[in-house]
Write a protein of this length. Sequence first.
Length: 616
Amino acid sequence: MRKLLRVNLSNGAIKGEDIPQKIATDYVGGRGIGSKYLYDEVPAGTDPLGKQNKLLIGTGLLAGTSAQSLSKWVVVTKSPLTGTIIRSYGGGDFGAWLKWSGIELMIFEGKAAKPSYLHIKDGKYEILDAKDIWGKTVNQTQEYLSKKYGAKARMICVGPAAEKMVRYAGIFSGWRTAARGGTGTVMASKNLKAVVIEADRTNELANQAKFSELLKEQVKGYKAGMGFEPFRDYGTPMGVDFPGFAIGCFPVRNFRSNDLEGWDKLSFMNYAAITQKHSGCYACMLKCGKSHTVAEGPYAGVTSEEGPHYETIWAFSGSTGCTDLGATVMADRMCGELGLDTISTGNSIGFAYELFEKGILTTKNTDGLVLKYGDPEPMLKLIEKIGRREGLGDILAEGVKRAAERIGKGSEEYAMHAKGLEMPGYEPRAMKALGMHFALNNAGANHCYGYASQEMGSPTPRLLDAAADEGKGDVIKYNQDHVAALELVNACVFPANNLELFGLELIADMLVAALGETKFGSADYLWHVGEKVYNLERCFNIRDGFSRKDDTLPRRMYTEPLQGGLRDGEVIRKPDVIIDEYYEARGWDKNGIPTEATLKRLGLNELDRDIAKFRR
Ligand code: SF4
Protein backbone atom coordinates (compact mmCIF):
# COMPACT_ATOMS: atom_id res chain seq x y z
CA MET A 1 0.00 0.00 0.00
CA ARG A 2 1.07 3.57 -0.65
CA LYS A 3 1.41 5.66 2.53
CA LEU A 4 0.53 9.11 3.71
CA LEU A 5 1.47 10.79 6.96
CA ARG A 6 -1.16 12.82 8.77
CA VAL A 7 0.28 15.41 11.14
CA ASN A 8 -2.11 17.22 13.45
CA LEU A 9 -0.15 20.22 14.66
CA SER A 10 -2.83 21.26 17.15
CA ASN A 11 -2.61 18.15 19.30
CA GLY A 12 0.69 16.66 18.12
CA ALA A 13 -0.88 13.44 16.82
CA ILE A 14 1.01 11.88 13.92
CA LYS A 15 -0.23 8.80 12.16
CA GLY A 16 0.53 6.85 9.03
CA GLU A 17 -2.36 5.87 6.78
CA ASP A 18 -2.72 3.68 3.75
CA ILE A 19 -3.87 5.56 0.67
CA PRO A 20 -6.98 3.59 -0.34
CA GLN A 21 -6.45 1.56 -3.49
CA LYS A 22 -9.34 3.26 -5.27
CA ILE A 23 -7.93 6.76 -4.72
CA ALA A 24 -4.44 5.56 -5.64
CA THR A 25 -5.57 4.18 -8.99
CA ASP A 26 -8.24 6.76 -9.80
CA TYR A 27 -5.98 9.76 -9.11
CA VAL A 28 -2.52 8.20 -9.81
CA GLY A 29 -0.38 10.46 -7.57
CA GLY A 30 1.23 13.90 -7.19
CA ARG A 31 -1.20 16.71 -7.95
CA GLY A 32 -3.96 14.15 -8.55
CA ILE A 33 -3.92 12.60 -5.09
CA GLY A 34 -3.23 15.97 -3.43
CA SER A 35 -6.22 17.63 -5.10
CA LYS A 36 -8.50 14.70 -4.25
CA TYR A 37 -7.61 14.82 -0.54
CA LEU A 38 -7.92 18.60 -0.39
CA TYR A 39 -11.34 18.47 -2.04
CA ASP A 40 -12.55 15.86 0.44
CA GLU A 41 -11.07 17.42 3.58
CA VAL A 42 -11.22 21.21 3.14
CA PRO A 43 -14.85 22.34 2.85
CA ALA A 44 -16.18 25.47 1.17
CA GLY A 45 -15.77 28.62 3.19
CA THR A 46 -12.48 27.56 4.80
CA ASP A 47 -10.16 30.46 5.66
CA PRO A 48 -6.86 29.72 3.86
CA LEU A 49 -4.90 31.02 6.86
CA GLY A 50 -7.15 29.42 9.46
CA LYS A 51 -6.62 26.16 11.33
CA GLN A 52 -9.12 24.36 9.11
CA ASN A 53 -7.07 24.76 5.94
CA LYS A 54 -4.69 21.88 5.24
CA LEU A 55 -1.24 21.84 3.73
CA LEU A 56 -0.49 18.80 1.58
CA ILE A 57 3.08 18.09 0.48
CA GLY A 58 3.69 15.12 -1.78
CA THR A 59 6.35 13.39 -3.78
CA GLY A 60 6.10 11.66 -7.15
CA LEU A 61 5.72 7.98 -7.95
CA LEU A 62 9.04 7.96 -9.83
CA ALA A 63 10.88 10.31 -7.46
CA GLY A 64 14.16 9.09 -6.07
CA THR A 65 14.80 6.87 -9.08
CA SER A 66 17.18 7.82 -11.89
CA ALA A 67 14.28 8.80 -14.13
CA GLN A 68 15.06 12.28 -15.39
CA SER A 69 13.24 15.38 -14.15
CA LEU A 70 10.66 13.38 -12.17
CA SER A 71 11.69 14.03 -8.57
CA LYS A 72 9.91 17.27 -7.79
CA TRP A 73 7.67 17.75 -4.74
CA VAL A 74 4.25 19.32 -4.84
CA VAL A 75 2.28 21.47 -2.41
CA VAL A 76 -1.52 21.50 -2.64
CA THR A 77 -3.55 23.85 -0.47
CA LYS A 78 -6.13 26.62 -0.50
CA SER A 79 -4.37 29.83 -1.46
CA PRO A 80 -4.39 32.90 0.78
CA LEU A 81 -3.98 35.04 -2.35
CA THR A 82 -6.73 33.62 -4.54
CA GLY A 83 -9.01 31.61 -2.25
CA THR A 84 -8.80 28.85 -4.86
CA ILE A 85 -7.14 25.46 -4.76
CA ILE A 86 -3.50 25.73 -5.86
CA ARG A 87 -0.67 23.41 -6.53
CA SER A 88 2.91 24.60 -6.50
CA TYR A 89 6.04 22.62 -7.40
CA GLY A 90 9.45 22.73 -5.80
CA GLY A 91 12.71 21.21 -6.98
CA GLY A 92 16.03 20.29 -5.41
CA ASP A 93 16.43 16.97 -3.60
CA PHE A 94 13.53 16.97 -1.16
CA GLY A 95 11.17 14.95 -3.41
CA ALA A 96 13.67 12.09 -3.53
CA TRP A 97 14.22 12.16 0.22
CA LEU A 98 10.48 12.17 0.92
CA LYS A 99 10.09 9.16 -1.34
CA TRP A 100 12.90 7.27 0.39
CA SER A 101 11.31 7.98 3.76
CA GLY A 102 8.44 5.78 2.59
CA ILE A 103 5.88 8.59 2.57
CA GLU A 104 4.08 9.71 -0.55
CA LEU A 105 2.04 12.52 0.95
CA MET A 106 2.13 14.56 4.15
CA ILE A 107 -1.08 16.22 5.34
CA PHE A 108 -0.59 19.00 7.88
CA GLU A 109 -3.69 19.99 9.87
CA GLY A 110 -4.43 22.47 12.66
CA LYS A 111 -1.86 24.82 14.13
CA ALA A 112 1.01 24.20 16.52
CA ALA A 113 0.91 26.12 19.79
CA LYS A 114 4.42 27.44 19.15
CA PRO A 115 6.88 27.52 16.21
CA SER A 116 7.77 23.94 15.36
CA TYR A 117 9.37 21.69 12.79
CA LEU A 118 8.88 18.07 11.85
CA HIS A 119 11.78 15.62 11.89
CA ILE A 120 11.50 12.30 10.05
CA LYS A 121 13.94 9.42 10.37
CA ASP A 122 13.66 5.62 10.16
CA GLY A 123 9.88 5.59 10.35
CA LYS A 124 9.89 7.87 13.41
CA TYR A 125 8.26 11.28 13.40
CA GLU A 126 8.79 14.08 15.89
CA ILE A 127 7.41 17.60 16.17
CA LEU A 128 10.23 19.71 17.61
CA ASP A 129 10.61 23.24 18.96
CA ALA A 130 11.68 25.70 16.26
CA LYS A 131 12.68 28.53 18.60
CA ASP A 132 16.27 28.49 17.30
CA ILE A 133 15.24 28.96 13.67
CA TRP A 134 12.04 31.02 13.84
CA GLY A 135 12.84 34.46 12.44
CA LYS A 136 15.87 33.17 10.54
CA THR A 137 16.24 33.56 6.79
CA VAL A 138 15.82 30.60 4.45
CA ASN A 139 19.57 30.17 4.14
CA GLN A 140 20.24 30.53 7.88
CA THR A 141 17.50 28.01 8.65
CA GLN A 142 18.86 25.44 6.23
CA GLU A 143 22.43 25.95 7.41
CA TYR A 144 21.33 25.41 11.01
CA LEU A 145 19.36 22.26 10.21
CA SER A 146 22.04 20.87 7.89
CA LYS A 147 24.64 21.30 10.63
CA LYS A 148 22.39 19.68 13.19
CA TYR A 149 21.32 16.67 11.10
CA GLY A 150 24.29 16.19 8.77
CA ALA A 151 24.85 15.41 5.13
CA LYS A 152 22.12 12.80 4.88
CA ALA A 153 19.37 15.27 5.75
CA ARG A 154 17.29 17.28 3.31
CA MET A 155 14.63 19.81 4.23
CA ILE A 156 12.01 22.30 3.26
CA CYS A 157 11.44 25.52 5.17
CA VAL A 158 9.88 28.96 5.13
CA GLY A 159 11.55 32.33 5.67
CA PRO A 160 10.70 35.51 7.59
CA ALA A 161 8.19 36.67 4.95
CA ALA A 162 5.99 33.63 5.61
CA GLU A 163 6.21 34.18 9.36
CA LYS A 164 4.99 37.75 8.79
CA MET A 165 2.05 36.37 6.77
CA VAL A 166 3.12 37.95 3.47
CA ARG A 167 0.47 36.38 1.27
CA TYR A 168 2.93 35.26 -1.40
CA ALA A 169 5.65 33.55 0.61
CA GLY A 170 6.97 30.23 -0.71
CA ILE A 171 8.37 26.98 0.69
CA PHE A 172 12.06 26.43 -0.06
CA SER A 173 14.34 23.43 -0.53
CA GLY A 174 17.88 24.68 -1.01
CA TRP A 175 17.34 27.60 -3.39
CA ARG A 176 14.45 25.90 -5.17
CA THR A 177 10.95 26.87 -4.21
CA ALA A 178 7.29 26.00 -4.45
CA ALA A 179 6.70 29.68 -4.79
CA ARG A 180 3.34 30.62 -6.16
CA GLY A 181 0.09 31.27 -4.37
CA GLY A 182 1.29 31.59 -0.78
CA THR A 183 2.22 27.99 0.06
CA GLY A 184 4.78 29.21 2.60
CA THR A 185 2.24 31.54 4.18
CA VAL A 186 -0.09 28.60 4.81
CA MET A 187 2.81 26.60 6.28
CA ALA A 188 3.78 29.44 8.63
CA SER A 189 0.13 29.99 9.58
CA LYS A 190 0.38 26.53 11.14
CA ASN A 191 3.52 27.56 13.04
CA LEU A 192 5.45 25.05 10.94
CA LYS A 193 8.93 26.34 10.07
CA ALA A 194 10.50 23.28 8.43
CA VAL A 195 10.37 19.58 7.66
CA VAL A 196 13.65 17.65 7.89
CA ILE A 197 14.12 14.14 6.52
CA GLU A 198 17.04 11.85 7.12
CA ALA A 199 16.89 8.91 4.72
CA ASP A 200 19.00 6.48 2.74
CA ARG A 201 18.50 5.85 -0.93
CA THR A 202 16.14 2.97 -1.61
CA ASN A 203 14.87 1.79 -4.93
CA GLU A 204 12.57 -1.16 -5.17
CA LEU A 205 11.32 -1.39 -8.70
CA ALA A 206 8.92 -4.03 -10.01
CA ASN A 207 11.00 -4.57 -13.15
CA GLN A 208 14.50 -3.10 -12.84
CA ALA A 209 15.70 -4.32 -16.25
CA LYS A 210 12.78 -2.76 -18.09
CA PHE A 211 13.11 0.46 -16.10
CA SER A 212 16.82 0.74 -17.02
CA GLU A 213 15.96 0.25 -20.67
CA LEU A 214 13.36 3.03 -20.51
CA LEU A 215 15.79 5.31 -18.70
CA LYS A 216 18.32 4.85 -21.50
CA GLU A 217 15.60 5.77 -23.97
CA GLN A 218 14.78 8.89 -21.98
CA VAL A 219 18.42 10.02 -21.79
CA LYS A 220 18.85 9.38 -25.51
CA GLY A 221 15.75 11.48 -26.17
CA TYR A 222 17.16 14.33 -24.06
CA LYS A 223 20.47 14.35 -25.93
CA ALA A 224 18.74 14.28 -29.32
CA GLY A 225 16.24 17.02 -28.40
CA MET A 226 16.82 20.35 -30.13
CA GLY A 227 16.26 22.39 -27.01
CA PHE A 228 18.39 20.25 -24.70
CA GLU A 229 21.84 21.79 -25.11
CA PRO A 230 20.83 25.47 -25.14
CA PHE A 231 18.55 24.98 -22.12
CA ARG A 232 21.26 23.10 -20.22
CA ASP A 233 23.89 25.71 -21.07
CA TYR A 234 21.89 28.90 -20.66
CA GLY A 235 18.72 27.97 -18.75
CA THR A 236 15.56 30.02 -18.51
CA PRO A 237 17.25 33.47 -18.93
CA MET A 238 17.01 32.68 -22.64
CA GLY A 239 13.37 33.71 -22.28
CA VAL A 240 14.43 37.38 -22.20
CA ASP A 241 15.59 37.16 -25.82
CA PHE A 242 13.07 34.57 -26.97
CA PRO A 243 10.12 34.81 -26.66
CA GLY A 244 10.53 38.02 -24.54
CA PHE A 245 11.68 40.77 -26.85
CA ALA A 246 11.74 38.69 -30.06
CA ILE A 247 7.96 38.36 -30.19
CA GLY A 248 7.08 41.29 -27.96
CA CYS A 249 5.73 39.46 -24.92
CA PHE A 250 8.07 40.82 -22.19
CA PRO A 251 5.81 43.05 -20.08
CA VAL A 252 7.28 46.46 -19.30
CA ARG A 253 6.22 49.10 -16.72
CA ASN A 254 3.39 47.13 -15.18
CA PHE A 255 2.07 45.52 -18.37
CA ARG A 256 1.87 48.62 -20.53
CA SER A 257 4.45 48.09 -23.22
CA ASN A 258 7.20 45.98 -24.69
CA ASP A 259 9.58 48.94 -24.92
CA LEU A 260 12.54 48.76 -22.59
CA GLU A 261 15.47 50.78 -23.80
CA GLY A 262 18.72 48.91 -23.31
CA TRP A 263 16.96 45.59 -22.73
CA ASP A 264 19.90 43.81 -24.35
CA LYS A 265 21.82 44.40 -21.08
CA LEU A 266 19.50 41.66 -19.76
CA SER A 267 20.19 39.28 -22.65
CA PHE A 268 20.81 35.69 -21.58
CA MET A 269 24.36 35.97 -22.90
CA ASN A 270 25.13 38.53 -20.21
CA TYR A 271 23.85 36.15 -17.53
CA ALA A 272 25.91 33.38 -19.13
CA ALA A 273 28.99 35.59 -18.81
CA ILE A 274 28.63 35.71 -15.01
CA THR A 275 27.48 32.11 -14.48
CA GLN A 276 29.55 30.39 -11.79
CA LYS A 277 28.01 26.94 -11.79
CA HIS A 278 25.11 24.89 -13.10
CA SER A 279 22.96 22.91 -10.71
CA GLY A 280 19.82 20.86 -11.01
CA CYS A 281 17.16 19.00 -9.14
CA TYR A 282 17.67 15.39 -8.14
CA ALA A 283 18.22 13.25 -11.27
CA CYS A 284 17.98 15.96 -13.90
CA MET A 285 20.70 16.37 -16.49
CA LEU A 286 19.27 19.71 -17.60
CA LYS A 287 20.67 21.47 -14.53
CA CYS A 288 18.72 24.62 -15.28
CA GLY A 289 19.82 26.38 -12.06
CA LYS A 290 22.59 28.87 -12.82
CA SER A 291 24.45 30.60 -10.02
CA HIS A 292 25.47 34.14 -10.90
CA THR A 293 27.93 36.54 -9.32
CA VAL A 294 27.66 40.17 -10.36
CA ALA A 295 30.95 41.26 -11.93
CA GLU A 296 30.70 45.05 -11.84
CA GLY A 297 28.63 48.04 -10.79
CA PRO A 298 26.95 48.79 -7.46
CA TYR A 299 26.06 45.13 -6.83
CA ALA A 300 29.48 43.67 -7.74
CA GLY A 301 30.20 40.53 -5.77
CA VAL A 302 26.56 39.67 -5.03
CA THR A 303 25.77 36.01 -5.77
CA SER A 304 22.42 34.43 -6.37
CA GLU A 305 22.39 30.65 -6.15
CA GLU A 306 20.34 28.88 -8.84
CA GLY A 307 19.01 32.14 -10.19
CA PRO A 308 17.69 34.45 -11.30
CA HIS A 309 15.43 32.48 -13.61
CA TYR A 310 13.57 34.16 -16.46
CA GLU A 311 10.53 35.11 -14.41
CA THR A 312 12.67 36.73 -11.74
CA ILE A 313 14.72 38.66 -14.27
CA TRP A 314 11.46 39.98 -15.69
CA ALA A 315 9.93 40.69 -12.28
CA PHE A 316 12.83 42.95 -11.27
CA SER A 317 13.48 44.65 -14.60
CA GLY A 318 10.32 44.86 -16.72
CA SER A 319 8.10 45.81 -13.78
CA THR A 320 10.23 48.77 -12.80
CA GLY A 321 11.77 49.64 -16.17
CA CYS A 322 15.27 48.81 -14.90
CA THR A 323 17.94 47.21 -17.05
CA ASP A 324 20.50 46.71 -14.30
CA LEU A 325 21.40 43.04 -14.44
CA GLY A 326 23.14 43.28 -11.08
CA ALA A 327 19.93 44.49 -9.44
CA THR A 328 18.04 41.43 -10.71
CA VAL A 329 20.66 39.17 -9.12
CA MET A 330 20.47 41.15 -5.89
CA ALA A 331 16.64 41.03 -5.89
CA ASP A 332 16.67 37.28 -6.47
CA ARG A 333 19.06 36.79 -3.58
CA MET A 334 16.94 38.93 -1.27
CA CYS A 335 13.71 37.11 -2.15
CA GLY A 336 15.49 33.78 -1.63
CA GLU A 337 16.59 34.82 1.86
CA LEU A 338 13.25 36.33 2.87
CA GLY A 339 11.33 33.43 1.33
CA LEU A 340 9.27 35.39 -1.21
CA ASP A 341 7.73 34.46 -4.54
CA THR A 342 9.70 36.64 -6.96
CA ILE A 343 6.86 36.94 -9.50
CA SER A 344 4.31 38.30 -7.05
CA THR A 345 6.94 40.49 -5.35
CA GLY A 346 8.12 42.09 -8.60
CA ASN A 347 4.59 42.49 -9.92
CA SER A 348 3.51 44.18 -6.66
CA ILE A 349 6.45 46.57 -6.85
CA GLY A 350 5.64 47.34 -10.51
CA PHE A 351 2.10 48.17 -9.36
CA ALA A 352 3.49 50.57 -6.74
CA TYR A 353 5.77 52.25 -9.32
CA GLU A 354 2.79 52.92 -11.57
CA LEU A 355 0.68 54.25 -8.69
CA PHE A 356 3.54 56.61 -7.84
CA GLU A 357 3.75 57.78 -11.45
CA LYS A 358 -0.01 58.44 -11.41
CA GLY A 359 0.22 60.35 -8.12
CA ILE A 360 -1.95 57.84 -6.27
CA LEU A 361 1.05 57.10 -4.05
CA THR A 362 3.42 59.85 -2.97
CA THR A 363 6.54 59.96 -0.83
CA LYS A 364 4.18 60.28 2.14
CA ASN A 365 3.03 56.71 1.52
CA THR A 366 6.44 55.28 0.61
CA ASP A 367 8.55 56.36 3.59
CA GLY A 368 10.21 58.89 1.32
CA LEU A 369 11.08 56.48 -1.50
CA VAL A 370 10.82 57.99 -4.97
CA LEU A 371 9.58 55.16 -7.20
CA LYS A 372 11.12 56.29 -10.45
CA TYR A 373 11.20 54.00 -13.47
CA GLY A 374 14.71 52.84 -14.23
CA ASP A 375 15.92 53.19 -10.64
CA PRO A 376 16.34 49.79 -8.95
CA GLU A 377 17.25 51.09 -5.48
CA PRO A 378 13.67 51.75 -4.28
CA MET A 379 12.72 48.34 -5.67
CA LEU A 380 15.33 46.65 -3.49
CA LYS A 381 14.20 48.64 -0.45
CA LEU A 382 10.60 47.62 -1.12
CA ILE A 383 11.56 43.93 -1.27
CA GLU A 384 12.91 44.20 2.26
CA LYS A 385 9.85 46.17 3.40
CA ILE A 386 7.49 43.59 1.90
CA GLY A 387 9.39 40.69 3.47
CA ARG A 388 9.26 42.42 6.88
CA ARG A 389 5.80 43.99 6.38
CA GLU A 390 7.04 47.50 7.04
CA GLY A 391 5.44 50.72 5.77
CA LEU A 392 4.17 50.43 2.18
CA GLY A 393 5.55 46.87 2.21
CA ASP A 394 2.82 45.92 4.68
CA ILE A 395 0.17 46.85 2.11
CA LEU A 396 1.99 45.29 -0.88
CA ALA A 397 2.44 42.09 1.14
CA GLU A 398 -1.30 41.56 0.72
CA GLY A 399 -0.88 41.08 -3.07
CA VAL A 400 -2.00 43.61 -5.65
CA LYS A 401 -5.72 42.77 -5.51
CA ARG A 402 -6.06 43.41 -1.77
CA ALA A 403 -3.52 46.25 -1.85
CA ALA A 404 -5.65 48.05 -4.46
CA GLU A 405 -8.73 47.60 -2.27
CA ARG A 406 -6.89 49.20 0.64
CA ILE A 407 -5.31 52.04 -1.34
CA GLY A 408 -8.48 52.86 -3.36
CA LYS A 409 -8.41 56.00 -5.59
CA GLY A 410 -8.93 53.86 -8.68
CA SER A 411 -5.78 51.83 -8.07
CA GLU A 412 -7.55 48.56 -8.95
CA GLU A 413 -7.11 49.59 -12.63
CA TYR A 414 -3.37 49.04 -12.18
CA ALA A 415 -3.49 45.73 -10.28
CA MET A 416 -2.23 43.11 -12.74
CA HIS A 417 -3.61 39.81 -11.53
CA ALA A 418 -6.09 37.07 -12.38
CA LYS A 419 -8.19 35.66 -9.53
CA GLY A 420 -5.85 37.51 -7.17
CA LEU A 421 -2.62 35.89 -8.39
CA GLU A 422 -0.12 38.38 -9.79
CA MET A 423 0.54 37.93 -13.50
CA PRO A 424 3.91 36.47 -14.53
CA GLY A 425 6.30 37.70 -17.23
CA TYR A 426 4.23 37.12 -20.34
CA GLU A 427 2.16 39.84 -21.94
CA PRO A 428 -1.42 38.53 -22.45
CA ARG A 429 -2.10 40.83 -25.42
CA ALA A 430 0.98 39.46 -27.22
CA MET A 431 0.12 35.79 -26.68
CA LYS A 432 -3.61 35.52 -26.36
CA ALA A 433 -3.97 31.79 -25.69
CA LEU A 434 -1.50 32.13 -22.82
CA GLY A 435 -3.17 35.37 -21.74
CA MET A 436 -6.65 33.90 -21.65
CA HIS A 437 -5.25 30.83 -19.91
CA PHE A 438 -4.32 33.22 -17.06
CA ALA A 439 -7.98 34.32 -16.95
CA LEU A 440 -9.42 30.81 -17.13
CA ASN A 441 -6.96 28.88 -15.02
CA ASN A 442 -8.25 27.41 -11.76
CA ALA A 443 -5.41 29.03 -9.79
CA GLY A 444 -5.27 32.36 -11.62
CA ALA A 445 -2.33 33.81 -13.53
CA ASN A 446 0.13 30.94 -13.42
CA HIS A 447 1.88 30.15 -16.73
CA CYS A 448 3.10 26.74 -15.57
CA TYR A 449 -0.45 25.32 -15.50
CA GLY A 450 -0.79 25.65 -19.29
CA TYR A 451 2.04 27.30 -21.19
CA ALA A 452 0.88 27.96 -24.78
CA SER A 453 3.98 26.87 -26.69
CA GLN A 454 1.80 26.65 -29.83
CA GLU A 455 2.08 30.45 -30.01
CA MET A 456 5.85 30.07 -30.22
CA GLY A 457 6.14 27.36 -32.84
CA SER A 458 5.03 24.07 -31.30
CA PRO A 459 2.79 22.19 -33.77
CA THR A 460 1.12 20.00 -31.11
CA PRO A 461 -1.86 19.79 -31.31
CA ARG A 462 -1.60 22.67 -33.83
CA LEU A 463 0.21 25.96 -34.35
CA LEU A 464 -1.56 29.11 -33.16
CA ASP A 465 -1.31 32.67 -34.39
CA ALA A 466 -0.43 34.46 -31.15
CA ALA A 467 -2.34 37.61 -32.17
CA ALA A 468 -5.56 35.84 -33.26
CA ASP A 469 -8.63 36.64 -31.15
CA GLU A 470 -10.44 33.34 -31.51
CA GLY A 471 -9.94 29.65 -32.28
CA LYS A 472 -7.95 29.01 -29.08
CA GLY A 473 -10.28 27.60 -26.45
CA ASP A 474 -9.63 23.95 -27.22
CA VAL A 475 -5.85 24.44 -27.18
CA ILE A 476 -6.00 26.20 -23.80
CA LYS A 477 -7.84 23.13 -22.50
CA TYR A 478 -5.30 20.83 -24.17
CA ASN A 479 -2.38 22.58 -22.47
CA GLN A 480 -4.01 22.58 -19.03
CA ASP A 481 -4.97 18.91 -19.22
CA HIS A 482 -1.55 17.94 -20.54
CA VAL A 483 0.19 19.63 -17.63
CA ALA A 484 -2.28 18.10 -15.15
CA ALA A 485 -1.50 14.65 -16.60
CA LEU A 486 2.27 15.21 -16.37
CA GLU A 487 1.87 16.41 -12.81
CA LEU A 488 0.24 13.17 -11.72
CA VAL A 489 3.87 12.05 -11.47
CA ASN A 490 5.32 15.45 -10.53
CA ALA A 491 7.05 15.72 -13.91
CA CYS A 492 8.96 18.96 -14.41
CA VAL A 493 7.16 21.00 -17.06
CA PHE A 494 10.35 22.43 -18.60
CA PRO A 495 11.54 19.26 -20.34
CA ALA A 496 8.18 17.50 -20.54
CA ASN A 497 5.92 20.31 -21.73
CA ASN A 498 8.01 23.21 -22.98
CA LEU A 499 10.91 21.35 -24.61
CA GLU A 500 8.94 18.17 -25.42
CA LEU A 501 11.91 15.98 -24.45
CA PHE A 502 9.67 13.21 -23.15
CA GLY A 503 5.97 12.53 -22.99
CA LEU A 504 3.17 10.66 -21.32
CA GLU A 505 3.91 7.45 -23.21
CA LEU A 506 7.33 7.13 -21.62
CA ILE A 507 5.93 8.04 -18.20
CA ALA A 508 3.22 5.38 -18.56
CA ASP A 509 5.82 2.72 -19.42
CA MET A 510 8.04 3.80 -16.55
CA LEU A 511 5.14 3.64 -14.10
CA VAL A 512 4.43 0.04 -15.08
CA ALA A 513 8.11 -0.91 -14.83
CA ALA A 514 8.50 0.82 -11.46
CA LEU A 515 5.22 -0.11 -9.78
CA GLY A 516 3.85 -3.05 -11.72
CA GLU A 517 0.52 -1.19 -11.87
CA THR A 518 -0.74 -1.92 -15.38
CA LYS A 519 -3.66 0.50 -15.19
CA PHE A 520 -1.15 3.37 -15.38
CA GLY A 521 0.41 1.93 -18.55
CA SER A 522 -1.38 4.10 -21.06
CA ALA A 523 -0.91 7.74 -21.98
CA ASP A 524 -4.66 7.93 -22.63
CA TYR A 525 -5.39 6.92 -19.05
CA LEU A 526 -3.01 9.56 -17.65
CA TRP A 527 -4.56 12.14 -19.97
CA HIS A 528 -8.04 11.18 -18.78
CA VAL A 529 -7.03 11.46 -15.11
CA GLY A 530 -5.33 14.82 -15.82
CA GLU A 531 -8.59 16.19 -17.21
CA LYS A 532 -10.49 14.71 -14.28
CA VAL A 533 -8.17 16.40 -11.77
CA TYR A 534 -8.50 19.73 -13.57
CA ASN A 535 -12.29 19.44 -13.27
CA LEU A 536 -12.08 18.39 -9.63
CA GLU A 537 -10.06 21.54 -8.93
CA ARG A 538 -12.65 23.61 -10.79
CA CYS A 539 -15.38 22.10 -8.62
CA PHE A 540 -13.38 22.96 -5.48
CA ASN A 541 -13.50 26.61 -6.57
CA ILE A 542 -17.17 26.49 -7.64
CA ARG A 543 -18.15 25.33 -4.16
CA ASP A 544 -16.58 28.59 -2.94
CA GLY A 545 -18.59 30.69 -5.39
CA PHE A 546 -16.16 30.96 -8.33
CA SER A 547 -17.70 31.07 -11.81
CA ARG A 548 -17.46 32.84 -15.15
CA LYS A 549 -17.30 36.25 -13.48
CA ASP A 550 -13.87 35.30 -12.10
CA ASP A 551 -12.45 34.10 -15.44
CA THR A 552 -11.15 37.49 -16.40
CA LEU A 553 -8.10 39.69 -16.82
CA PRO A 554 -7.33 43.29 -15.79
CA ARG A 555 -9.37 45.72 -17.91
CA ARG A 556 -6.15 47.09 -19.42
CA MET A 557 -5.82 43.88 -21.44
CA TYR A 558 -9.14 44.51 -23.17
CA THR A 559 -9.02 48.28 -23.64
CA GLU A 560 -5.45 49.64 -23.73
CA PRO A 561 -3.39 48.88 -26.83
CA LEU A 562 0.01 47.36 -26.06
CA GLN A 563 2.82 49.78 -26.83
CA GLY A 564 5.93 48.81 -28.78
CA GLY A 565 7.43 45.56 -29.96
CA LEU A 566 6.16 43.06 -32.49
CA ARG A 567 2.62 43.14 -31.06
CA ASP A 568 2.35 46.92 -30.91
CA GLY A 569 -1.29 48.03 -30.75
CA GLU A 570 -2.72 44.64 -29.73
CA VAL A 571 -5.61 44.22 -27.30
CA ILE A 572 -7.63 41.13 -26.47
CA ARG A 573 -10.68 41.91 -28.56
CA LYS A 574 -12.93 38.91 -28.00
CA PRO A 575 -12.39 37.43 -24.56
CA ASP A 576 -15.95 36.12 -24.40
CA VAL A 577 -15.51 34.24 -27.67
CA ILE A 578 -12.43 32.46 -26.32
CA ILE A 579 -14.16 31.77 -22.99
CA ASP A 580 -17.19 30.27 -24.80
CA GLU A 581 -14.92 28.13 -27.01
CA TYR A 582 -13.09 26.92 -23.93
CA TYR A 583 -16.20 26.09 -21.91
CA GLU A 584 -17.61 24.17 -24.86
CA ALA A 585 -14.39 22.19 -25.30
CA ARG A 586 -14.48 21.36 -21.59
CA GLY A 587 -18.13 20.40 -21.45
CA TRP A 588 -19.01 23.23 -19.04
CA ASP A 589 -22.12 25.38 -19.16
CA LYS A 590 -22.20 29.12 -19.95
CA ASN A 591 -21.40 29.92 -16.33
CA GLY A 592 -18.30 27.75 -16.41
CA ILE A 593 -19.79 24.89 -14.38
CA PRO A 594 -19.12 21.30 -15.53
CA THR A 595 -22.32 19.69 -16.81
CA GLU A 596 -23.68 16.53 -15.24
CA ALA A 597 -22.65 14.61 -18.37
CA THR A 598 -19.08 15.90 -18.11
CA LEU A 599 -18.78 14.87 -14.48
CA LYS A 600 -20.13 11.43 -15.40
CA ARG A 601 -17.70 11.05 -18.31
CA LEU A 602 -14.82 11.85 -15.95
CA GLY A 603 -15.97 9.62 -13.11
CA LEU A 604 -16.72 12.60 -10.86
CA ASN A 605 -20.46 11.95 -10.52
CA GLU A 606 -20.46 12.44 -6.78
CA LEU A 607 -19.41 16.10 -7.14
CA ASP A 608 -22.73 16.92 -8.76
CA ARG A 609 -24.26 17.29 -5.30
CA ASP A 610 -21.85 20.18 -4.58
CA ILE A 611 -22.07 22.15 -7.80
CA ALA A 612 -25.47 21.49 -9.42
CA LYS A 613 -26.98 24.57 -7.78
CA PHE A 614 -24.47 26.84 -9.55
CA ARG A 615 -25.44 25.78 -13.10
CA ARG A 616 -27.27 28.10 -15.47
S1 SF4 B 1 14.63 21.21 -15.73
FE1 SF4 B 1 15.37 22.46 -14.04
S2 SF4 B 1 13.57 22.67 -12.64
FE2 SF4 B 1 13.17 20.95 -14.05
S3 SF4 B 1 13.84 19.13 -12.91
FE3 SF4 B 1 15.54 19.83 -14.23
S4 SF4 B 1 16.83 21.13 -12.94
FE4 SF4 B 1 14.80 20.92 -11.93
